[in-house]
Structures are given as C-alpha cells and as structure tokens.
Design a protein around this ligand. Structure first.
Ligand SMILES: [Zn+2]
Length: 356
C-alpha cells in the first residue's frame, strides 16, 4: 500500500460537534502550517531554486522560478519521506525576513481559530534557523508581532517551544536552549528535540535538558516515531521529558505503556503525520486506540498540517471514523489537550471550566 493514501481517504467536512469542540494543539511546527498560497507568496518575495532530489519535482524546480500555488500544491503532494523533507526544505529556505515569520504566524493563528483551537504550543525549528546561519533575534520579533496580532484578532493564545535537531548534535542544541532561556519571559515555554532518533540518541542531550529545566523551561521530545520503545524510555529517563512527541512505538513494550499510563505522561499523537511519513503503514494499524484504552493520556495534534493535508478537526474525525471514538471520548481528548499543556494549573483550570 502506498503511504500517500494508506486509508486516510478524502477530506470530508468534520461534524459540527468536532469543529466546535474547544481544543488545545500541542504538537504543531510553525513551518508546517505554511499553506500553498502562502508558500507561493513567500516564493515571490524570495525566488530561489528548489532542491532536485528526484525526477518528480523537476517540473517545479526551474532555477530561480517563482512558485505558483499549483507548484506549491504539487510539492506538498509528495509520495515518500524524501518528498516530505523536500517540501519542508522548500518552506524553510523561503523564510528569510521578520516579515515572513510575522505573516506565517498570523495566518497559522487564523487557521487555528477556525478549528476552535483556543490555545497552542508551537514548535519553531530554531536549530534549523541557526544551521542556515540566520540571525535569530529579528526573526523572533517577527514571530512575536504575528503572535500578538493573531491573539488580538482571533483570541487564540500561543506559547513557543524551541526545537533543536537531534542529528546536529548537543553543541547545536545547547545554542537553541540558551536562546530559549534568554527569551523565556517572552512566551517561550519549553524546548524539544526532533530529527533522526538513531543518529541523535537522547542521552547525548541529558545535561542540556537538565539545565533547561533548572531555568524553568518545560521539556518535550520527539521519540518513538521512527525507532523503538527504548528511544521513549531514554527520553523519559535521560531527558526527564514531560511529554512525548509521537510515542508511536510505545505499544511494542507493555511495561512502557503501563508506565506512561501510571505516570500520566502525555503522548502527542499525530495520525496523518505517522501515515504520510510512513512511520505507520496504514491508518488502521495505528496504535492510538490501544494506547487510549490502556489509559495513556494521549493528546491529538497535527504536526505539519499543511504538508500532511490535515487539520485538527480532521484528526478528531479520523478517530471517530476509523477507531470508533464517541463524542464523549473526543471530549475527553480535548480535556487531555489542556491538561497535557505546559500552562500553570490555574490557567488549565480556566480553560477546562470555560468549556462546561
Ligand atoms: Zn513533530
């Protein structure tokens, strides 16, 4: 079965119950919220050649050509993991100025409001920005302007999580964490690591995470997405991660599932992402139901919604259609999304109470 479809089916309109259910989104990459129209707009600001890694994209990779909306759509219609990486790269190489970040942040918040998301914790790939040699501070000012305008216009509250790249190594991650510490009073709530779990084992980042925690930052880590349960154990034990991003492979170790359930450690589940990247072969093979039934505190998220052709309501709809989640169970998942957030207890309570 090709991972492009793998049971995800066509987009339909989620029920009004799902669309109106107030939600928090806790696993969302800013760069993955750039829709084709916005990518085309960024491309006209910064015409750059696209990478040519396989033939499929030759037709949209004319050197220096400005991407049309159709080109951007073709780029997002990838068929394999390399295609996904190329789409992500095409976006990040066109994010150059504070104005670009302001634009994508504002549009992200506008879209979150349409999903009845009232609170979000959003990853920024600070590790990639450093790796590109970009000066971060002015870009952050752009993000913050977008956040302030978006919060004001759409009433969605947002905090940032600064994300480092595992396979760039601990020295690079240290720079990301130092920047998060600098900006922790400016809506930076935590740190994360993503990227290649095999080439960047969690134990390499132990001291960096301990330092971040001492400075009052919250801790999450992508783990168990492409490698087995030992990667999740390591994120818990070596990093003291408070939340696990993906955690897909926890199901391979009953003791780990039991541990996650007993400790109430939230696991950020991103169904469409797991299928589109090929980490899960087909939607019906996804362990989300098993994890939920075992008492694991799962929270539903979109990861890179534009690149995975999804939205948060659509992810809830997949749970209902493919795994038989009732409206009550979906409400429970929406509760989880607030409880699993890094907000202080009184703010979580405020969101939960306002839903009654
Ligand atoms: Zn992610």
């Amino acid at each position: 079965m090709n991972s492009h479809d793998a049971g995800l089916g066509n987009l339909s309109e989620p029920s009004s119950f799902i669309r109106k259910l107030p939600k928090a989104e806790l696993h969302l990459h800013l760069e993955g919220t750039v829709d084709p129209a916005t990518l085309a707009e960024l491309s006209s600001r910064h015409p750059t050649p696209l990478p040519v890694l396989n033939n499929r994209y030759k037709d949209v990779s004319d050197s220096g050509r400005v991407l049309s909306v159709e080109d951007a759509r073709a780029l997002y219609d990838y068929k394999n993991f390399v295609g996904f990486l190329m789409a992500f790269k095409a976006v990040t190489e066109r994010l150059r100025d504070p104005e670009d970040y302001e634009l994508i942040t504002y549009r992200m918040i506008e879209k979150l409001a349409r999903e009845s998301v009232v609170y979000a914790e959003v990853y920024v790939s600070v590790g990639v920005i450093f790796w590109r040699g970009q000066e971060f501070d002015p870009l952050f000012e752009g993000m913050e302007r977008g956040r302030e305008r978006g919060e004001h216009d759409f009433g969605v509250k947002l905090n940032w999580i600064f994300d480092a790249v595992r396979h760039f190594g601990p020295e690079e991650a240290e720079k990301v964490v130092a920047k998060a510490i600098d900006l922790r009073r400016r809506n930076v709530i935590g740190i994360g690591i993503g990227g290649d779990e095999a080439r960047g084992p969690a134990k390499n980042f132990r001291e960096i995470y301990a330092h971040a925690a001492k400075q009052g930052l919250h801790l999450t880590a992508h783990a168990g997405e492409s490698t087995g349960p030992e990667s999740i154990w390591s994120a818990l034990r070596d990093l003291q991660a408070e939340r696990i991003g993906h955690g897909l492979r926890a199901v391979d170790d009953p003791a780990l599932v039991e541990h996650l359930a007993r400790t109430g450690t939230p696991v950020e589940i991103c169904l469409s992402s797991n299928v589109r990247t090929g980490c899960c072969r087909a939607i019906n093979e996804h362990p989300v139901r098993r994890l939920f039934d075992a008492g694991v505190r799962i929270t539903i998220a979109t990861d890179d919604p534009e690149m995975f052709g999804t939205s948060l309501s659509r992810e809830y709809e997949l749970l209902q259609n493919n795994f038989g989640f009732s409206d009550d169970e979906l409400s429970k998942l929406s509760d989880n999304s607030f409880e699993a957030s890094f907000l202080p207890p009184e703010e979580k309570e405020r969101y939960l109470r306002s839903r009654l």
